[in-house]
Design a protein around this ligand. Structure first.
Ligand code: AP5
Length: 253
């Protein structure tokens, strides 16, 4: 199954994607992280990415689509992945549909789009307080999701830093770009019947709980369609395996 996160900057897409990746054993593909890696290179493509990202603008579709398609073609993403921050435009959403049809036939049609809703005020506050581990990428928020030791990652002990696009001006611009360029894809996925809305303003645990319930509901809906496909929907059997420990155990299809 492909899990696609849509939502404003700072809504918690990265935080929830990392948790789901651990719980469901699916790779977490973060468009922003892939583009930051490109931007760090002293190449024409790196310079292009830097120019757009430093302005709070979206990197051009052709560049972003190519980078995501290459990542989705890796063997670990063959049967599913968690997409964080892609697609963000209608052109990207349509390219993704075509890519699934071409390369991921086993899970094509099993997508779920999680629309993580949060107001402008909430997301601007979250971005302001965000700190990231330099080494393992764990995300914190001060004071909401604070590390045990100030300035130090709980997971690997490395120092925490703030992203270079976390100035108030760039954050405000990113929100504006989201409203103009990304919100239209919510309607696109709503019309496709794959969209589930999640209240992203709750605490981290409750957001995860609602996301897992939405995924279960989507899987149940897909299983209800099962008789139409001989032997069941490929990549989605009615016998789940289980991953995780204690209350966090979830059925994995
Ligand atoms: P990207 O890195 O994807 O940034 P974004 O979408 O703006 O998302 P963020 O990473 O800011 O937020 P998030 O929703 O992941 O929230 P997080 O979990 O960190 O993109 C950066 C740039 O790359 C773009 O501006 C663009 O230039 C380019 N780009 C990326 N994708 C592109 C694409 N598809 N096309 C073209 N260009 C693209 O959480 C935020 C904070 O809140 C954290 O501190 C966290 O600890 C805290 N928090 C999270 N959840 C909660 C909660 N429930 N309660 C309290 N605090 C919480």
């Amino acid at each position: 199954m492909h899990i696609i996160f849509v939502g404003p900057p700072g809504a918690g897409k990265g935080t929830q994607s990392a948790r789901l990746s651990r719980l469901l054993g699916l790779p977490h593909i973060a468009a922003g992280d892939l583009l930051r890696a490109v931007r760090a290179q002293d190449t024409p493509l790196g310079h292009t990415a830097k120019q757009y990202m430093d302005a709070g603008q979206l990197v051009p579709d052709d560049v972003t689509i190519q980078i995501i398609e290459q990542r989705l073609a890796q063997p670990d993403a063959k049967d599913g992945a968690i997409l964080d921050g892609f697609p963000r435009t209608l052109t990207q959403a349509k390219a993704l549909d075509e890519s699934f049809a071409r390369h991921n036939s086993s899970s094509h049609g099993n997508e779920i789009v999680l629309y993580l809703k949060a107001s402008r005020g909430v997301v601007l506050e979250r971005m302001k307080g965000r700190w990231i581990c330099q080494q393992c990428g764990s995300v914190y928020h001060i004071p909401n999701v604070a590390p045990t030791e100030a300035g130090q990652c709980d997971v690997c002990g490395a120092p925490l830093f703030q992203r270079s696009d976390e100035t108030p001006e760039i954050q405000a611009k990113r929100y504006e770009v989201y409203e103009h360029d990304t919100l239209p894809i919510v309607d696109y996925y709503r019309q496709h019947g794959t969209l589930m809305e999640i209240n992203g303003e709750q605490d981290v645990e409750n957001v995860t709980r609602d996301i897992l319930a939405a995924i279960d509901a989507r899987k149940a809906a897909l299983i209800a369609l099962e008789p139409r496909v001989s032997g069941g929907i490929e990549g989605l059997t009615s016998k789940p395996t289980w991953r995780g420990r204690g209350d966090q155990s979830r059925p994995i299809w």
